[in-house]
Ligand binder design. Structure first.
Ligand code: SF4
Length: 498
């Protein structure tokens, strides 16, 4: 057995990916959120099992805790022979091609395949996947009359127990998979040849390195690309950048010489890099921005989590749920910098508690500075919609939010170390190089928003000592986010000699 549905779809994305999986898996650099996505996918799969009514499940494990494929294949045949209507994880293998169907449903004249996804949209890669399953099952002698994708209905709002019939949407993709189905036989044959080949295959970098999934081998395959290169240009699409690379336009120097069209931000990025220009400071622009702020001045940053399966009533799939904030503030010019913070209890819906603390902590007349304010403003608006009794104050806070990002997005300050990005994680080290107090790498346990989410969601299953330690790490991380804003604001004032 040497091809599975995930191996097949990886081959379809890029044949070399399958080869590296087989011979050089140690070269993969996995995205940090992958483990969480994988776990969430399993939870969604478990929940969907009952979608079509009573079911049997083939899943079996060896004594070492690994999936027992042989037992699953055997269980599947047994359940088919018994005429079971819904078989979950129905396993099949034929000529070295294996797959387990999320739900195999017996119907008039044959079987239906239901493939469950934790996404809110249907992507082409799912069609490759379902086409492969249909092919393997038909090769195994089953008649497949329909194929479906079960995905997440993002309009669903939880009330009480999860209603699987509302959480999931089902789409008949029997017609849509046909072009993909026609390619399965040839693709599986080629994939097996790739797996059998010992020498590393050649492969050109291209859009497939980022879509449908970001490839974990990018650092390895792109090791000879010079840095910076056209892929680093501010907000350039992968399609455009790989098109340039194909034409031999790789470096910033190539970009200038070839006369390709660049927007203002990209021009600035290239110019500063090639001419090694010092930090650009537009004092007039900065002063205009600073003049829009007033005291008391608050610096606000939220941390949020999103889960596919809503954890609490009134929440949609993948809704951003705030669980923590940090606030630095100055009552007046020259006043001592103060700090407040909030981190919700991990065992209940954090929204009411965070909303109550926000309105208690932030005066409605205060100026509130955020970095990329649309995120904070949307959370405040959602909290106001959820808690009408607090809406007036929450919306007053929201109306007073100003965006520190504007200074950098508008080009009032630019340093080539920002590499064309306005993210605070790029701007901060560019304006405060070698400052260990502002270096997220020096924090314990939690270094970015993704880790903050993972840590908060994991707290509930921890022993007290570990939980208390990680709650401190969460507080330290969020506090650095608002401290970073304070430092940037102070640096802007210094630029203007205030
Ligand atoms: S980085 Fe690109 S070329 Fe390399 S294996 Fe991944 S998708 Fe293929």
């Amino acid at each position: 057995m040497n091809l599975s549905k995930s191996k097949y779809t990886r081959f379809c994305q890029c044949p070399k990916m399958l080869w590296l999986d087989t011979y050089r898996p140690e070269l993969a650099v996995q995205a940090p959120a992958l483990q969480r996505r994988f776990q969430e996918g399993n939870e969604v799969g478990d929940l969907a099992m009952g979608l079509l009514g009573d079911f049997v499940e083939t899943t079996a494990y060896t004594a070492e805790g690994k999936l027992d494929i042989a037992a699953m294949l055997k269980n599947t045949q047994k359940y088919i022979a018994e005429g079971k209507e819904n078989i979950c994880e129905a396993a099949f293998t034929k000529n070295g091609c294996y797959c387990a169907v999320d739900i195999l449903h017996k119907t008039e004249g044959g079987y239906e395949i239901y493939e469950v996804k934790s996404s809110t949209d249907i992507h082409d890669v799912y069609l490759w996947d379902v086409a492969y399953q249909r092919w393997v099952l038909e090769q195994s002698g089953l008649k497949i009359v329909h194929t479906y994708i079960v995905y997440i209905n993002n309009k669903y709002v939880r009330q009480g127990d999860i209603d699987v019939h509302k959480l999931f949407a089902v789409k008949d993709v029997s017609e849509e998979i046909l072009p993909y189905y026609d390619e399965v036989a040839a693709n599986t044959a080629r994939a097996k040849e790739y797996i059998a080949q010992k020498d590393e295959p050649e492969s050109k970098l291209g859009e497939q390195c980022f879509a449908p999934y970001e490839c974990a081998y990018w650092q390895y395959c792109a090791r000879e690309l010079p840095s910076p290169n056209v892929l680093d240009l501010y907000r350039i699409s992968a399609k455009k950048a790989f098109g340039y690379i194909e034409e031999g336009i790789v470096t910033f120097d190539d970009a200038i010489k070839s006369g390709i069209s660049l927007n203002t931000t990209q021009w600035r990025q290239v110019e500063f890099e090639l001419l090694q220009l010092p930090t650009h400071i537009d004092r007039l622009g900065i002063k205009r921005f600073l003049d829009t702020l007033w005291y008391p001045l608050y610096f606000l940053d939220f941390e949020t989590f999103q889960t596919c399966i809503p954890m609490y009533d009134g929440i949609r799939p993948y809704q951003q749920v705030p669980f923590q904030y940090s606030l630095h503030y100055l009552e007046r010019d020259g006043a001592k910098l103060e700090h407040k913070e909030f981190l919700a209890d991990e065992n209940s819906d954090p929204r009411r508690a965070i909303a109550e603390r926000l309105v208690a902590d932030i005066p409605t007349e205060a100026c509130v500075l955020a970095y990329n304010m649309s995120f904070e403003c949307t959370r405040l608006k959602e909290l106001a919609e959820t808690f009408p009794d607090l809406a007036e104050k929450l919306l007053a806070i929201r109306a007073n939010v100003r965006d520190l990002l504007d200074v950098f997005r508008n080009g009032y300050v630019y340093d080539r170390a920002m590499e064309g990005s306005f993210s605070i994680k790029k701007v901060l080290p560019a304006l405060f190089p070698n400052n260990p107090n502002l270096d997220y790498h020096n924090l314990a346990d939690v270094h970015n928003g993704g880790e903050a989410t993972d840590t908060y969601l994991a707290l509930r299953s921890m022993e007290r000592e570990e939980r208390d330690k990680l709650r401190q790490s969460l507080l330290a991380y969020c506090k650095l986010d608002t401290m970073a804003m304070v430092m940037l604001w102070q640096r802007l004032r210094e630029f203007c000699h205030i």
